[in-house]
Structures are given as C-alpha cells and as structure tokens.
Design a protein around this ligand. Structure first.
Ligand SMILES: Nc1nc2c(ncn2[C@@H]2O[C@H](COP(=O)(O)OP(=O)(O)OP(=O)(O)O)[C@@H](O)[C@H]2O)c(=O)[nH]1
Ligand SMILES: [Mg+2]
Ligand SMILES: [Zn+2]
Length: 331
C-alpha cells in the first residue's frame, strides 16, 4: 500500500494512505543501511502488515531546510512587526527556495500592528511584485484578509517557512479551527520567537494540505559558487549581463565601470545588500574548495587519463638503484 509521511518523531513515521487512514511505521533495515533519508511529504510503500516503510517513491521536489518533499508551493511568512520585518532574512529564504526550484509566495503577517499600512505595503509591493512573487498581507491572529490566501492555496500542498515568532502556527490555526497548534509569545526584550514548533508536520485542511515547520534563521549560502548565486538574483542579473568584465562579481562599489554598480539606483538597497552578504558566504565556500583542490593536486599526479595518488617523499619506497647507491656510499 502507498502512503504519505505526515510527521516523523524519533524513529516513528506517521503516515496516511490515500483513504486518509493513519498508520505509525518504522523504517525497514534495508532503508536504514542504504541511508535513505525519509522526509515529511514523502510518498512511500508500506509492508504487507503496514508496520514498516519498505521503499521511497519518486519525489517531485525536496528541501533540506525545512526538511520536506513533494510540495506545490512554499509560503514564506514574515511579520511586519514583532519581530521587526527583516527583508534580508526574507531574501535569504527566497533565494534558497529559488535555488531548490520551489514555487513560492510571500505572506506578510501581523498587519493589525501597523499604523501606516498602505505606505509600507506600497514599498514592499514595489520590490517583490516586480520579482514575480504573489504577495499577501494578513493578520493571522485577527483572521483579517485571509480569503485571497485561502483561495490561492486550494488544492495545493503548502509548506510554511519563516523565522520563529512570525505566526506560522497561528496562521494554520486560523485555517483549521479543529486543530489547536501550540503558539508562543515573541520575547519583548529580544524581539524573537521562542521556537515553539519543534517538528515539521503536514496538516490536512479542507481542500489543501499545509506543513507547519519550526522557525529557523541560520541558513547560509556556504554551499554555492558565486556564479550560481548571481543566477538567483534576477534583479541584479539583468545588469550583470551587460557588465563588461567577464569575471566581475559586481561587488566593488568604487568601480563605476561595473554595470551593476552603475545601476545601483535601480536595484533595491536591501536586495543588493543581501546579494553582497550571500556572496561573501559563497566566496568562503569557493576559497574552501580551491584550497581543497590545491591539496588534492599536491596529493595526486596525473598519468595520462588516470589520476594516481602521489606518495610523499618520506613514505615512498626507495628505488633499487637509489638503495644500491646508498649501500655503495655507506661502504
Ligand atoms: N498581533 C498579532 N500577533 C500575531 C499574529 N499572528 C501571530 N501572532 C502572535 O505571534 C506570536 C508567535 O506566533 P506563532 O504562531 O507561535 O509563531 P511561529 O511562526 O509558529 O513560531 P515558531 O513555531 O517558534 O517557529 C504569538 O504570540 C501569536 O499570537 C497577528 O496576525 N497579529
Ligand atoms: Mg510555530
Ligand atoms: Zn560587474
């Protein structure tokens, strides 16, 4: 029988079949040995007795942060206030999701706390609508302006992404009054959430599925090369294409002959700031792998099309001639 993983806790996998019957399973040893990493959202084949997951079915897509697969859309949730709106963090999520080829929309929550909402809204729309994102301004707590979002997520499997305290679980509770997921206060002092949600879990709602996830902020682009990073910034890439330097990273603010720097007035400040920050992380990665490849080069020698490991002088066995010579010298 086939089923979908809804939640994973310790070694237990909570799955539902297509008739919405629930089962609690463990993983077959063979999957453990093959180090197959089952994620929430995975479609799996169960054993005859429905006690074990025996195989993983093909994935449509998959993410590591949060750890989930087979999603139609990621809804990046930000708070307009409490915690303060963090556009660099939003750009981080968007860039990461774009890298993973996941469609996404952005939900700006806690509009009830904002006085000059229309000004703030206009500023945000001018940046993110141009980038092609669908935007929603809501109050999950007061259940304000939820209709459009509710229509948008129909027939989809959605994953909520965003920092702790932005209101992901509150939004889920607003959509499904039968469940009552635990929510937590945002600290007045640090303006941060208190990591209330600890596990990723899919919740069935009428007409759609939503996965609640723990908030996180420690995502870094230390796995990506600078060229690949630029590909993820459409608003910078348009100017980078016409930059006359083929090896330019468009990060030298003093160099007005760089076409990106020349056009900085047309790029949102926080977007460019995000690019520079992620670029520094990506450069760290580039340096690391070039150091590694220099080390590998020193350890390997190229003989024709075969790569052979060089033996250090100290460890290399002496050739017969050298040994003879040494014996001679000794005599
Ligand atoms: N004023 C206001 N407060 C909200 C709104 N939505 C959520 N909150 C509050 O924000 C706090 C955090 O909400 P949660 O839903 O726990 O946030 P979360 O994103 O699930 O956080 P983690 O589970 O820690 O990742 C709670 O005190 C909520 O009541 C809103 O629209 N307006
Ligand atoms: Mg939560
Ligand atoms: Zn340039």
């Amino acid at each position: 029988m086939q089923a979908q993983v809804y939640k994973i806790h310790s070694d237990f996998y909570y799955v539902k079949n297509f008739e919405h019957e629930s089962f609690t399973c463990k993983l077959r040893d063979i999957l453990k040995k093959q180090k197959i990493d089952i994620k929430v959202g995975d479609f799996v084949e169960l054993s005859e007795d429905n006690n074990f997951i025996s195989s993983l079915l093909d994935r449509k897509n998959s993410l590591n942060r949060p750890k989930i697969s087979n999603i139609d859309c990621a809804l990046v949730v930000c708070a307009l206030k409490e915690p303060e709106l963090d556009l660099i963090q939003l750009n981080r999520y968007l860039t990461y999701l774009k890298y993973n080829n996941i469609d996404c929309a952005i939900c700006f929550n806690k509009e009830d706390l904002i006085e000059d909402l229309s000004d703030k809204k206009a500023k945000i729309i001018s940046i993110y609508e141009k980038l092609g994102y669908k935007l929603f301004f809501i109050s999950a707590k007061d259940k304000l302006d939820l209709e459009e979002l509710h229509d948008f997520i129909q027939n989809k499997t959605i994953v909520l992404c965003g920092m702790s305290g932005v209101g992901k679980s509150t939004l889920l509770n607003a959509f499904n009054s039968e469940i009552n997921i635990k929510t937590g206060e945002v600290s007045k002092k640090t303006q941060r959430g208190c990591h209330t949600t600890r596990h990723c879990e899919i919740i069935d709602c009428r007409g759609f599925k939503i996965a609640d996830t723990p908030g996180f902020s420690c995502l870094k682009f230390d796995f990506l090369l600078p060229d690949k990073l630029l590909e993820l910034f459409d608003d910078i890439k348009v100017f980078a294409h016409d930059c006359k330097y083929s090896d330019c990273m468009h990060n030298n603010l003093d160099d007005f002959s760089c076409n990106v720097v020349k056009n900085l007035d047309k790029i949102d400040k926080k977007r460019y700031e995000s690019y520079l920050l992620f670029l520094s992380e990506s450069l760290e990665y580039k340096n690391l792998i070039s150091k590694r490849s220099i080390k590998n080069e020193a350890l390997n020698k190229n003989t024709g099309n075969k790569l052979q490991t060089k033996i250090s002088k100290r460890k290399r066995e002496l050739s017969r001639n050298t040994t003879k010579q040494q014996i001679k010298d000794y005599e």
